[in-house]
Design a binder for this molecule. Structure first.
Ligand code: BG6
Length: 640
């Protein structure tokens, strides 16, 4: 997934610094290469290169480009190697058009070898065809609107793109990739239209942003227009500003509503503050984000739809799939007929879906293409879509019948941390509300969640205070080849999440193994060579004794074991033990609440997950990897 930004302003001639500022906020979407194109007079200058925003700007001095309109891009390579030539923006043969693109043009080879065979291409990318197609069509159609209609008929695949023309016009469109316009009202214009919230056809503004994510422009304006699939926009310079017009794929001008972005997002400070990395900041924020998620508003219809469904299919990708497994674990316990399925497998799975079923889609970004594809597939079968999401302005929210926000705030670090534990908290609350709906003896009062969240926040604080221990454990194991994270029951789900963090952040082969399965094969991997380590998730729940036996099996083969536990009974079995705060200091029994789902069903997964996040983070830092932008992956992948 790549990130796109475009900015036009009649009050500023230094758009490059604004473009760079926005791109640095979007870098989580892709950081293989960076580039901008700026119009000065009638000539477009392009500067781009391999690396992140700071490095490429230092090397190629992007900020020196002067002009009042420009486009920018950060790349997550899909077609063509990571190189300066394959970096965006790409230009037409005559240099009068520059484009930035996110997504995949499936028929790019056909277009290159067909309609565009006389054009000279500079890159290996699929994206460059958009610049040449515009050049080709502009030589056949006078009106840029007709050019766009013709172009959208010829482009196949998933895309969001913006093109800068040397007459100062910006055009762009989207198909299954996000594209959002941020408008900065000019004095007399928008207020009138905005006041009556009526859809209208043209927006007159002094400056305008177009981007993949509201994060890019939220500090400049909270007024956004979300383009729907196959709509395109034309931004034309006019006296003292710009006129923005939006059309459907046939070229009919359409009215669009302006959405006021939630103040929470606009007031959220997107910087690392005192932390070395966003990832560390977001791990520490869990002291508050889990509590906030527990207080999330959950629409009653959301609960009754889950209860009434013939079957619920819960799905997600990456960490959100691990959260889906947790949802299956808890919702099954309160009587929901539920199956979990990896998002990219939903359309291929043997689970038949129809209008009696509900798809519960879990996603931090709400833009993961595999998940949106699963949603569209389930919808085509008449299924209702419920979603648990962090980005309320995302495509998933717009494609859901009901959604619940986890309210974790923007998550910049590519590896999910605070969003995962906030997902667990919301799922815990959903299960509790279902239990209450089925049996009113079970408590669901607001006070219950208040005491729960303060108990959990205290536990999270205690764990974060142990970070120095995790840093020394990281020193011990940072050079191993393999890490096996073992656990039973719900703890195995946290083992999956821990193994994912160790892969994503520390680039170590890490595998989650159901502790009971060790002796049925994986134990063969264990020896006394210290090239591998076992991390045992061994909290004092009904799995404790069994997992201690599995730990002894590993020790008997000379394996090295790190225990993560709140029980000291068999402390000597581990080589190292990371002790967790006892959850019984503050369990609900003291508070006189009765809930179908015990407090430990949330506290233990959370308390075991955070040390694994911190361990992966510390190993990454000790190996000089960038924990915020791990190699080869991106925050959410918008290509299937
Ligand atoms: C991957 C991220 O691209 O997408 C993971 O690297 C994330 O951290 C996964 O869990 C799913 O993303 P989302 O936004 O759908 O939860």
């Amino acid at each position: 997934m790549c990130s796109i930004i475009a900015y036009a302003s009649c009050n500023c001639n230094d758009v490059s610094s604004i473009l760079l500022d926005s791109l640095s906020l979007l870098e989580y979407r892709g950081y293989d290469s960076v580039g901008i194109a700026v119009l000065n007079g009638s000539s477009i200058s392009v500067r781009k290169g391999v690396g992140n925003v700071k490095d490429v700007n230092r090397k190629h001095r992007l900020e020196e480009l002067v002009g009042s309109i420009g486009i920018g891009h950060t790349r997550w390579a899909t077609h063509g190697s990571i190189s300066d030539l394959n970096a965006h923006p790409h230009t037409s043969c005559d240099g009068r058009i520059a484009i930035v693109h996110n997504g995949i043009i499936d028929n790019y080879l056909e277009l290159r070898e067909g309609i565009l065979k006389d054009h000279s291409f500079k890159s290996e990318t699929d994206s460059e065809v958009i610049a040449h197609m515009l050049e080709h069509l502009l030589s056949r159609h006078k009106d840029i609107k007709d050019v766009m209609v013709a172009l959208l008929r010829l482009l196949h695949g998933s895309y969001a793109f913006v093109a800068l023309l040397n007459d100062g016009t910006l055009v762009g469109s989207r198909h299954n990739e996000p594209l959002i316009v941020g408008v900065v009202p000019s004095a007399n214009s928008i207020l009138y239209h905005y006041a009556n919230r009526k859809k209208y056809n043209d927006v007159f503004c002094s400056s305008c942003f177009i981007s993949s994510d509201v994060l890019a422009f939220i500090k400049y304006t909270d007024k956004a227009i979300f383009l729907s699939n196959d709509e395109f926009f034309i931004l034309r310079p006019i006296k003292h500003g710009y006129r923005l017009s939006i059309y459907d794929a046939e070229g009919n001008k359409i009215g669009k509503q302006i959405t006021q972005i939630a103040w929470e997002l606009s007031s959220y400070v997107i910087d690392k503050g005192k932390y070395a990395h966003y990832t560390l900041k977001e791990i520490h924020e869990q002291e508050y984000t889990i509590a906030r998620a527990l207080c999330s508003k959950i629409n009653h219809e959301f609960i009754t739809r889950l209860i009434d469904a013939r079957r619920v299919i819960v799905t997600g990708s990456g960490s959100s799939y691990n959260a889906s497994l947790y949802a299956k674990h808890l919702l099954a316990r309160v009587g929901v007929n539920i199956d979990a399925c990896i998002a990219s497998e939903v359309r291929y799975s043997s689970i038949s879906i129809d209008s009696n079923d509900v798809l519960l889609a879990i996603s931090q970004s709400g833009e993961t293409a595999d998940l949106l594809d699963a949603v569209r597939y389930a919808k085509s079968k008449g299924c209702k879509i419920l979603s648990i999401v962090n980005v309320n302005t995302s495509s998933l929210v717009r494609e859901s019948d009901y959604f619940t926000s986890i309210n974790a705030g923007p998550e910049i670090g590519v590896a999910a941390t605070k969003s995962f534990t906030a997902q667990l908290a919301v799922i815990y609350k959903v299960a509790s509300l279902i239990a209450h709906e089925n049996n009113s003896n079970y408590d669901y009062s607001i006070y219950y969640y208040d005491s729960l969240s303060s108990a959990i926040s205290k536990g999270v604080r205690d764990i974060i205070a142990r970070e120095h221990l995790l840093s020394s454990i990281a020193d011990t194991i940072k050079d191993v080849n393999d890490i096996y994270v073992i656990g039973k029951g719900v703890n195995h789900i946290i083992a999956l999440e821990g193994a994912l963090k160790l892969k994503e952040l520390a680039y170590i082969h890490a595998e989650a193994i159901n502790a009971g399965e060790l002796k049925h094969g994986p134990l063969a991997l264990i020896d006394n060579s210290r090239s591998s380590v076992v991390i045992a998730l061994n909290v004092k729940d009904n799995t404790y004794k069994d997992v201690i036996n599995n730990v002894k099996e590993v020790k008997a083969r000379g394996g090295y074991v790190i225990g993560i536990s709140d029980c000291y009974e068999y402390k000597e079995c581990y080589d190292v033990m990371l002790d967790l705060p006892s959850i019984y200091d503050t369990n609900e029994r003291d508070c006189g609440f009765v809930n179908a789902i015990s407090y430990e069903s949330l506290a233990y997964p959370v308390y075991q997950c955070i040390p694994l996040q911190l361990l992966a983070y510390n190993i990454a830092v000790k190996k000089n990897y960038n924990p915020d932008y791990p190699r080869n992956i991106a925050k959410s992948v918008t290509v299937t």
